[in-house]
Design a protein around this ligand. Structure first.
Ligand code: GTP
Ligand code: MG
Length: 354
């Protein structure tokens, strides 16, 4: 049998980059979807203010950080700027009743969850073919800050960063490795893996480390302290765009191939911690390697991704041994598919997301 001559690496990367952009663009939310979601946010905010007049309802997660796909859920956070506010549990119960009375959403209050939330959903209908799913939490200011951090990273190099992240989000959903409840990784975790790769693995880096850049003026620790965590990062995007020019000129396809190769073969899962704040850390240095109560700590820390602000928090604590095995298997599969360089890049893309 004849061996098919391989397409040159450059030509394949150029083709694949174009396919990736085209693929991702058609998955972006439509302006109508964004408008409907903003209307929903305003409606809910208006209702909440009938109970807590000093409250604001803010978007976080993908709807606010530039990494949203069509039909992403809405993550909303209620902030109340008054001293004598109700407890989250009381609010969840009251808002559950209020929303059930005043809106057409299906309502599920979870007042006793570790983080009390109200879940709302709307069934699909013409003009809203996938319905709406929305969670409202309370006072989750750290999530607002990490959303802003990811948004800044997205804005520094939107063409490459956003394309890579959005593609990976689709890929991990299609490959069914995106469910913390089933032992795999959250979208947030995958985004941190990409940022870490672009800041700390690529040389020259594609992105600067926003948490380690010198501030424009002296900053006191009190200013940047949120619940005991330092949430400072360089967030002057206009200035960054002027000053930061990456000397890395790899295409999005080359970066993606290298991303899969790195997490398939190079990253040392047994000993290492992914930290976008500090670069490569060891589990040992964070005390995430020991198993004081018969393996539970180690079980929780199979995969270690340090939260950018809550540094004692492992974002991938839900990933189980089997989950990690599956995720690594998927990184290897993806890496292999791309290394065969099929004649048409679109074929590789389809195969990746099968
Ligand atoms: P999709 O919903 O899949 O579009 O992705 P997403 O970007 O909204 O991510 P996800 O729903 O996983 O998380 C939403 C937001 O919740 C993130 O942007 C974070 O702000 C926050 N979040 C999620 N998981 C964690 C976590 O483990 N720790 C912390 N501190 N925040 C988290
Ligand atoms: Mg979300």
């Amino acid at each position: 049998p004849h061996r098919r001559p391989m397409v040159s690496k450059q030509r394949f990367a150029a083709d694949l980059s174009r396919c990736l952009y085209d693929f991702v663009v058609q998955l972006l939310p439509t302006p109508e979807e964004l408008a409907i979601k903003e209307d929903v946010r305003k409606l809910l905010e208006r209702l909440i203010r009938t109970i807590e007049p000093e409250s604001r309802l803010l978007s976080f997660g993908s709807t606010a950080n530039g990494f949203s796909l069509r039909n992403s859920d809405m993550d909303l956070c209620c902030l109340i700027d008054s001293e004598d506010r109700l407890s989250a549990t009381a609010l969840v119960n009251m808002l559950g009743d209020l929303f059930a009375r005043e809106t057409k959403f299906h309502i599920k209050p979870l007042p006793h969850a570790r983080i009390p939330i109200v879940k709302l959903s709307l069934d699909p209908k013409p003009g809203l073919p996938f319905g709406i799913a929305c969670d409202i939490g309370f006072e989750n200011r750290l999530a607002l800050e990490n959303t802003r951090l990811l948004m800044c990273y997205a804005m520094i190099d939107p063409a490459r960063v956003r394309t890579m992240v959005l593609f990976l989000k689709v890929w991990c959903k299609r490959r069914k490795i995106n469910s913390p409840y089933k032992g795999t990784l959250s979208s947030y975790g995958y985004v941190l893996l990409v940022i870490y790769f672009l800041v700390h693995v690529k040389n020259p880096p594609v992105l600067p480390n926003l948490q380690q850049m010198p501030p424009l003026r002296p900053i006191s620790p009190e200013e940047t302290n949120l619940n005991g965590h330092n949430v400072w990062f360089f967030d002057d995007i206009n200035l960054l765009r002027e000053r930061w020019q990456s000397s890395n000129i790899e295409s999005v396809a080359e970066l993606l191939m290298d991303f899969f190769r790195f997490y398939a073969r190079e990253f040392l899962y047994n000993v290492s911690v992914v930290s976008i704040r500090a670069g490569l850390l060891t589990k040992e240095s964070k005390g995430w390697d020991n198993d004081p109560d018969r393996g539970t700590a180690r079980e929780r820390n199979r995969l270690c991704i340090e939260d950018p602000f809550e540094t004692d928090f492992n974002v991938s604590r839900c990933v189980t041994r089997d989950g990690l095995f599956t995720i690594r298997g998927e990184f290897m599969r993806a890496s292999k598919i791309l290394s065969t360089r099929p004649e048409r890049a679109i074929v590789a893309l389809a195969q990746l997301c099968e």
